[in-house]
Write a protein that binds this ligand. Structure first.
Ligand code: SF4
Length: 459
């Protein structure tokens, strides 16, 4: 087998577990020459804010940036669909030379008149940072004139990694938090942070809490409404799922409003049950909540267990590769795959920190390859080397899996099936089973001997 030549600058971002000393580098800018799977700062903030369904989302930049926005996530809404319209100021040479503030102002006024949004988010892209438009000033003026929050999102693509985009989104949301009325909110109440309702997960999770007797004040940002975000500081606890994206907001709310937070995952049986028990334990002066949670967990597991056992029979011994945005999701995926009898041979994330990678190291078997901010060449090479049967990732990982001739499960942007909670675990197992056991892979070129020598032509 040919040896993969990892770029020298990336050597410390790849680790073979248990085989070499652990000193993983992470949270750095992507290496020039490495075709990173990461998106830009703007995309980071866009994916977090996009599901706010009654807000106007205006991309201030050239039209190309807006291709990152149209239905970037399925993010379902139970009401308004304004978030699914993609607006751009379409900056061209004239604005690049003379400034884009006038065009931004006109666009905002027209769009607000036309769509009557509850708030507007204005995303600053690379070129806006370069030409120096005063986006804050335009937003202030329009907000005054139109009487709605018009919030600048400082997400200039070049100024960091996707993680900086999450921070910019949290800063934008924080401008809304605390501006609404909190009357009538129960002391047994939570906000769900870092759940984006891609396939209806927020609704499933909200229903669990309802059955437990816990009020959900706001979901940030799945199926979200501006008014709910404004009053989210009235909740007693923040329950943070996608911590990469939303932990910063939880920290800001803790500092300003004294709201404690816990980190959870709603993926897999173990982690979903733990999440619900952790919330119930927080309200331990209401023993009825823990009782209701125990009954809920028991009942839900009973419903799905027979099918999971059947899937496990055929999946036991199969190998999986995982590459996701935030590492916290990878922890749950490893556990869920183990539950199905599968091992993880490759795992990585776009935005993990050193603590995340330390936990991954502890969780993974000897020989598992752990990667940070990887690229298609590395991922495909390790998939072949480790003989993975399944790749779990997002829209950019799907073609890699198919080119390598193995099964794929979308755990990110494009899927339409909810993968959270107990029913989500059933959906996940069903999907993994269908793709891994598909007869189509026997015809893939990667299964032929000699593929490794020709693989670069396929990338
Ligand atoms: S890197 Fe810059 S130009 Fe490219 S999509 Fe992001 S904001 Fe737009």
């Amino acid at each position: 087998m040919s040896e993969l030549k990892i770029l020298k600058e990336r050597e410390r971002q790849v680790h073979r577990n248990g085989v070499e000393a652990f000193s993983m580098a992470c949270e750095t800018k992507s290496t020039a020459g490495s075709v990173s799977q990461r998106a830009c700062v703007f995309c980071g903030s866009r994916v977090v804010l996009y599901p706010v369904a009654d807000a106007l989302h205006l991309v201030h930049g050239p039209i190309g940036c807006a291709t990152y926005t149209w239905d970037i996530r399925g993010a379902l809404s139970s009401g308004p669909q304004l978030h699914r319209l993609s607006f751009s100021t379409d900056l061209v040479e004239e604005q690049v030379v003379f400034g884009g503030e006038k065009k931004l102002y006109r666009s905002l006024i027209d769009l607000i008149d036309q769509h009557a949004p509850a708030a507007a988010f204005v995303y600053a892209t690379c070129i806006v940072g370069i030409i120096g438009d005063d986006v804050d000033a335009v937003c202030r003026t329009v907000s005054k004139e139109k009487g709605i929050p018009v919030i600048p999102v400082h997400s200039e693509g070049f100024k960091g990694t996707k993680k900086d985009g999450y921070q910019a989104a949290c800063n934008a949301l924080f401008q809304l938090v605390g501006t609404g009325k909190t009357e009538g909110i129960s002391p047994v109440s939570i906000n769900i942070l870092g759940e984006f309702n891609i396939g209806g997960e927020a609704w499933m999770i909200e229903e669990y809490y309802q059955r437990m007797g816990v009020e959900v004040v706001s979901v940030l940002t799945g199926d979200s409404r501006v008014e709910k975000i404004k009053r989210s500081h009235g909740a007693s606890l923040n329950v943070v799922q996608c911590s990469g994206a939303m932990l910063q907001l939880a920290l800001m709310m803790e500092k300003k409003f004294g709201i404690p937070y816990i980190r959870v995952s709603y993926f897999g049986i173990e982690d979903t049950a733990q999440a619900l028990y952790d919330v119930a334990a927080h309200f331990d002066d209401h023993p009825d909540i823990m009782k209701a949670t125990q009954e809920l967990v028991k009942g839900e597991i009973k419903k799905i267990q027979p099918d999971l056992r059947a899937f496990k029979k055929d999946l036991t011994g199969k190998k999986a590769a995982i590459y996701v945005g935030g590492a916290f999701k990878a922890f749950s995926l490893i556990k869920a795959l183990r539950y199905l009898g599968m091992t993880t041979v490759l795992v990585g994330s776009q935005t993990g920190n050193s603590e995340d990678y330390r936990i991954l190291k502890e969780m993974c078997d000897r020989g598992t390859v752990i990667v940070d901010d990887s690229n298609p060449l590395e991922l495909s090479e390790y998939i072949i080397e480790k003989e993975a049967d399944l790749f779990i990732g997002g829209v950019k990982e799907r073609p890699i899996a198919y080119k390598m001739g193995i099964g794929f499960c979308d755990h990110n942007h494009e899927r339409k099936t909810p993968l959270a909670g107990f029913q989500g675990m059933h959906n996940f197992a069903k999907e993994v089973y269908a793709t891994v056991t598909s007869p189509v892979w026997q015809f893939a070129p990667s299964r032929d001997k000699g593929f490794m020598d020709s693989k670069t032509s396929l990338l």
